[in-house]
Design a protein around this ligand. Structure first.
Ligand code: PEP
Ligand code: MN
Length: 266
């Protein structure tokens, strides 16, 4: 398999506040107060390089909280103004892209369910043509490296060179302690095919519970991944989505302090 991507270095678009690079924020923006309070606590640690929050949530089954919607962009923007943190949001169609761009979102990400659908990825790619914004692409829910690569190629061919992959684990039918199997070999293969592509690990969606997050975070760093995206909520026990896997900003700060970034030989 060949993979020719035109990639800009990560430092060009996401300067690291402290080692390791960490993107953090709630799974979902729920209320303005929740988002702003979480953002301030995260910013105060000095260890977070960007603020994440989902506002359009792709739920597996209907009838659950599907995201606060466009109003969340105003809250994210307020968080950015007050903390200075760049903001990132999941987009799943052209309208999301247009709204996020108009609202001053700094980085977009494509979710695992979207990456699995080439029509969706192409729609997003078309909406991004001629736009200069960083895009992070989560692996598809199923362990199909070609789908992940195909999404990276579609977005890259639209002219996006500030590109990163996010490894968030893969659905499996096997009984496992993880919500999504890490299947590290896929990210390793991707890195082998394209060494200049930054890969960020998302331990929150791999683990599905708080307890395993330190282990998976350290493992990702030992595998020389370029950073971590970790869900953090001011009060995880009452989170509207992914309550079991979110960390308070202070627990996240402790976790980061206990991680070791080993400097590997080039
Ligand atoms: C999320 O980041 O909250 C999310 C929905 O993730 P994924 O697309 O990895 O399931
Ligand atoms: Mn989530």
């Amino acid at each position: 398999m060949k993979l020719n991507l035109n990639i800009e270095p990560l430092e060009n678009w996401l300067p690291t506040k402290s080692q390791p690079l960490v993107i953090a924020g709630p799974c979902s923006a729920e209320t303005e107060e929740q988002l702003i309070a979480t953002a301030h606590l995260l910013a105060k640690t000095g260890k977070i390089s960007a603020l994440r929050a989902g506002i359009w949530k792709p739920r597996t089954r209907p009838g659950e909280f599907e995201g606060i919607g466009s109003i969340g962009l105003e809250w994210l923007n307020r968080a950015k103004k007050e903390t200075g943190l760049p903001i990132t949001v999941e987009v799943a169609n052209a309208k999301h892209v247009e709204e996020a761009l108009a609202a001053g979102v700094d980085i977009l990400w494509i979710g695992a369910r979207s990456t699995a659908n080439p029509f969706t990825v192409q729609e997003i790619a078309d909406a991004l043509r001629g736009v200069d914004i960083p895009v992070m692409i989560k692996n598809p829910v199923n362990p199909d490296l070609s789908l992940w690569i195909g999404a990276l190629e579609r977005i890259n061919q639209a002219g996006i060179t500030k590109l990163a992959a996010i490894s968030r684990g893969f659905s499996s039918y096997e009984k496992s302690p993880f919500r999504n199997e890490p299947m590290w070999e896929l990210a390793i293969q991707l890195k082998t095919l394209c060494p200049e592509l930054p890969i960020i690990c998302d331990p929150s969606h791999i683990c599905g519970n708080r307890e395993l997050i330190p282990y998976i975070s350290q493992k990702a760093l030992d595998l020389e991944m370029n950073g971590l995206m970790i869900e953090s909520h001011i009060d995880p026990s009452v989170a509207w989505t992914d309550a079991k896997q979110q960390l308070t900003p202070s627990a996240l700060s402790d976790l980061i302090d206990n991680l070791t970034v080993r400097h590997h030989e080039p």
